[in-house]
Write a protein that binds this ligand. Structure first.
Ligand code: S3P
Length: 435
């Protein structure tokens, strides 16, 4: 099984461009396939998660042609042929791999189709809660069976149904749930409204607007009128701020380091990691770029010393995927960092409270675990260790970054999983270590 062998770095002077955003790539494949014509998607993320969604759309009758590929991974520039909201029954069950986003968004769209589909995933995805989407979709009239060994879990058998619009007050702050209900709402007659308990990433709403679909946002209430057909458009996917986060932490925590990250997505519902690192003392200069669509910019980081912080409850949904690497930053900072109200971490690709705490402790970090988070006492020197990714891409990459600051060699085992979100991570890591 592949692994990373990481040794400490003493200098860092680099410029990197991270691959396309995972959340936006899923949505571009789905909305492109539902649209009324050909859509060219540039800088698509050719990760396993997004390729599964792209292939799912092809299996549902929306094929794509590839213009450019990232060698060994897959398409980065492609045109998807929209089917004007008319999908066709797939010949076989659809594999969503490791992706909660893929499965939950596709389920929202498929709940309203006049044919039956089955969605399945790997062992991790088959243990993640699907009740959070089958409940609201069921209220809309969807008929979804959860066939997993674990109650309420995938595989999902989604039977043909006609859906009604609803107003849904989400119990958890989840962009995946919001997006599943909005996509289902697109196939109803009437207005579907979702009320979120806190602001979550708004890529679905923004992308619907790019496809000329009216979707109204009023604070944390989002409404969509059914019966609209997305108008074909081209879309360039910004760099993934969640992937940039690994290098932001590496550079911010290394005195003397200089790093420029180009064309990173800076959507305000995703950029809390930058604000939190700045609060910890990181020297990060943001240069926004004037482009249509999602906000992007360059980030320039100069390394220094970090100090502890407390994450605000309202920040949690904005940086939920970055918490493992923020925990690594906290271990390198002086003082005690407090991360609470983050119970959602327990239902990600792994239980990320458990897997982060285990690996931090293996490297000499001092951390207290809570049901909803952790407290990290920074400043204790990290030492090389063997860290298991537990099959979770963000755990693998976070502890590769920790290894850059640990004495001796750190081995991260079971690193195949990084391909679910960051093809080329190993190459970027090696380029920094070898300098
Ligand atoms: C995502 C939403 C988040 C995030 C995931 C991607 C999305 O999940 O953790 O990696 O693309 O909508 P939740 O919506 O379940 O919080």
């Amino acid at each position: 099984m592949p692994s990373f062998h990481v040794t400490p770095i003493t200098t860092l002077d680099a410029e990197l461009t991270v691959p396309g955003d995972k959340s936006m790539s899923h949505r571009a494949a789905i909305l492109g396939g539902l649209s009324d014509g050909p859509c060219t998607i540039r800088n698509f993320l050719p990760s396993e998660d997004c390729l599964n969604t792209l292939n799912a759309m092809a299996a549902l009758g929306a094929p794509h042609t590839v213009h450019e590929e990232l060698a060994d991974f897959g398409p980065v520039n492609l045109t998807i042929q929209g089917q004007s909201m008319h999908l066709s029954a797939p010949a076989a069950p659809i594999d969503c791999g490791n992706s909660g986003t893929g499965m939950r968004l596709l389920a929202g769209m498929l709940a309203a189709q006049p044919f039956t589909t089955e969605l399945f995933g790997d062992a991790s995805l088959s243990s993640r809660p699907m009740g959070r989407i089958t409940d609201p979709l069921g209220e809309m009239g969807a008929r979804i069976e959860t066939l997993g060994a674990n109650p309420g879990c995938a595989p999902l058998k989604i039977h043909a149904a006609t859906l009604q619009p609803i107003t849904y007050r989400m119990p958890v702050a989840s962009a995946q749930v919001k997006s599943a209900v909005l996509l289902a709402g697109l196939f109803t007659e009437g207005t579907t409204t979702v009320i979120q308990p806190a602001t979550t990433r708004d890529h679905t709403e923004r992308m619907l607007a790019s496809f000329q679909v009216d979707c109204l946002t009023d604070g944390n209430t989002i409404s969509i009128q059914g019966g609209q057909t997305p108008q074909a458009t081209d879309f360039t996917v910004p760099g993934d701020i969640s992937s940039a986060a690994f290098w932001l932490v590496a550079a911010a925590a290394l005195p003397g380091a200089r790093l420029t990250l180009r064309d990173v997505g800076l959507n305000p519902t995703r950029d809390a990691v930058v604000h939190v690192l700045k609060r910890m003392g990181a020297d990060i200069t943001i240069t926004p770029k004037d482009v249509p669509g999602e906000p992007i910019g360059d980030l320039e980081v100069r390394g220094g010393k970090l100090t502890a912080t407390t994450l605000e409850q309202s920040e949690i949904p904005n940086l939920i995927d970055e918490i493992p690497v923020i925990a690594v930053a906290a271990a390198l900072a002086s003082g005690t960092t407090v991360i609470r109200n983050a119970r959602e971490l327990r239902v990600k690709e792994t239980d990320r409270i458990d897997t982060t705490v285990k690996n931090l402790r293996a490297m000499g970090g001092v951390v207290e675990e809570f049901e909803d988070g952790m407290e990290i006492e920074g400043g204790h020197p990290l030492h090389g260790a063997t860290c298991n990714s537990f099959g979770d891409h963000r755990i693998a990459m976070s502890f590769a970054i920790a290894g850059l600051f640990a004495s001796g060699e750190t081995t991260i085992t079971n690193t195949d999983c990084v391909n679910t979100s960051y093809p080329g991570f190993a190459h970027h890591l090696a380029s920094l270590i070898s300098k």
